[in-house]
Design a protein around this ligand. Structure first.
Ligand SMILES: N[C@@H](CCC(=O)N[C@@H](CS)C(=O)NCC(=O)O)C(=O)O
Length: 212
């Protein structure tokens, strides 16, 4: 069964794209564009009420939310080793990382990228953006410290789907000062994941600029 991945270059769908490459599942990319509020291809409106990417169609299953896609791909392709065994302490920490990355770090980036959505006063948007940048700076420091103390991956020596998620977020952090991939531990983590063939292929297919 070929999986369809609705994506936009560099968006949250990048994590799903890299993970599809990691597990070796047959898949097809469907590029999404939005112009004047109109979604193309239009079936995305039917598939995902949020009209967002990633949206993944795996047979009868339509799935969205990048974190759910990551967990589903890890569960359905156990041989890819993208998640520790259920019920173990390592698995619990895997959940902890995924939760933190999605509900705190990714949420922080959303405020930073779209500050106007978080205030009724358009004049306040720059202050909202600055506040989000400051909060993201604290998150970056925490991630730096954790990777420095217990890396090279989020689960120590073990690579997991959570690292792919962080890889995507570190790329988003190129818009901050300092850029996330310039941090010693975060930069080393980013490069480790970037050098994996799966990430290389996804990066190239999405036509992303080289990380410099
Ligand atoms: N919580 C969702 C967020 C997805 C999301 O915000 N995707 C963005 C790209 S990063 C999107 O589709 N934006 C288009 C829009 O908001 O219209 C997830 O993690 O999958």
């Amino acid at each position: 069964m070929v999986i369809d991945l609705y994506f936009m270059p560099g968006a949250a769908s990048l994590s799903t794209h890299v993970l599809l490459e990691e597990v070796g599942a047959p898949y097809r990319l469907v590029r999404v564009t939005k112009e004047d509020g109109k979604v193309d291809p239009p079936e995305l409106e039917r598939l995902n009420p949020h009209r967002r990417v990633p949206t993944m169609v795996d047979g009868d299953l339509v799935l969205y939310e990048a974190i759910a896609c990551a967990m589903h791909l890890a569960d359905t392709h156990p041989r890819a080793g993208l998640a520790p065994a259920p019920g173990t302490a390592e698995r619990a920490h895997f959940y902890r990382w995924l939760a933190y990355l999605t509900n705190t770090v990714q949420a922080g980036f959303m405020i930073f990228f779209y500050p106007e959505r978080y205030t009724a006063d358009p004049a306040a948007a720059p202050a909202v953006e600055a506040q989000a940048a400051a909060a993201l700076g604290e998150m970056r420091d925490l991630l730096e410290g954790e990777l420095e103390a217990g890396g090279p991956y989020l689960l120590g020596e073990r690579f997991s789907a959570a690292d792919v998620y962080l890889f995507m977020l570190t790329r988003w952090g190129r818009r901050l000062e300092p850029r996330w991939w310039d941090g010693p531990a975060l930069g080393a983590h980013f490069r480790r994941v970037f050098e994996r063939p799966a990430a290389q292929r996804a990066w190239e297919q999405e036509g992303l600029d080289p990380p410099v």
